[in-house]
Design a protein around this ligand. Structure first.
Ligand code: FEO
Length: 169
């Protein structure tokens, strides 16, 4: 059974994933314009990942006989006070995405749509990984403190994370 309620919730999730892709694209652009090439590469890659999250949902909705819809997006923030501020905003946003996925999962249980519940397992695990990834980046800022060159090293590390195979999954 593929209820209208579930379909609506998945379509709203498509919108949120597409919005996430835009948010990270705007952040990547800010990083590039401000000399953080490593962070920019990392966030451009992450923006692509969010687009993949969106298209995966879109395919699922259509495969189930529904109609995946694209909706209006908001203008993302284009200005940030610091590189750390960028990553604080990302973690806050990912927590919101996790809550949204969990709400849809909850709805699948109420509606007895176990197929969609199973499909959402991938997203639940992905959110655990993403939150953990961004917390680990924020930890780097704490460790660097006010150290001279701290931001330079964080940017370099983000560049290598963008190139690591695990970051591209
Ligand atoms: Fe698709 Fe980062 O949540």
């Amino acid at each position: 059974m593929f209820s209208k309620k579930i379909q609506k919730a998945l379509n709203d999730q498509i919108q949120l994933e597409e919005q996430s892709s835009r948010i990270y694209m705007a952040m990547a652009s800010w990083c590039e314009a401000n000399g953080y090439a490593g962070a920019a590469g990392f966030l451009f890659m992450h923006s692509d990942e969010e687009r993949m999250h969106m298209t995966k949902l879109l395919g699922y909705v259509n495969d189930k006989g529904g109609h995946a819809l694209l909706q209006a997006l908001e203008m993302p923030h284009n200005d940030f006070s610091s590189l750390q501020h960028v990553f604080e905003e990302i973690l806050r946003h990912e927590e919101l995405v996790s809550a949204s996925i969990n709400n849809i999962y909850d709805l699948t249980l109420k509606e007895k749509d176990y197929t969609t519940g199973q499909f959402l397992q991938w997203y639940i695990m992905e959110q655990i990984e993403e939150e953990s990834l961004f917390r680990s980046v924020l930890d780097k800022f704490k460790l660097a403190g006010d150290q001279k060159g701290g931001l330079f090293h964080i940017d370099k590390e983000l560049a290598s994370m963008a190139n690591a195979p695990s970051a591209k999954e």
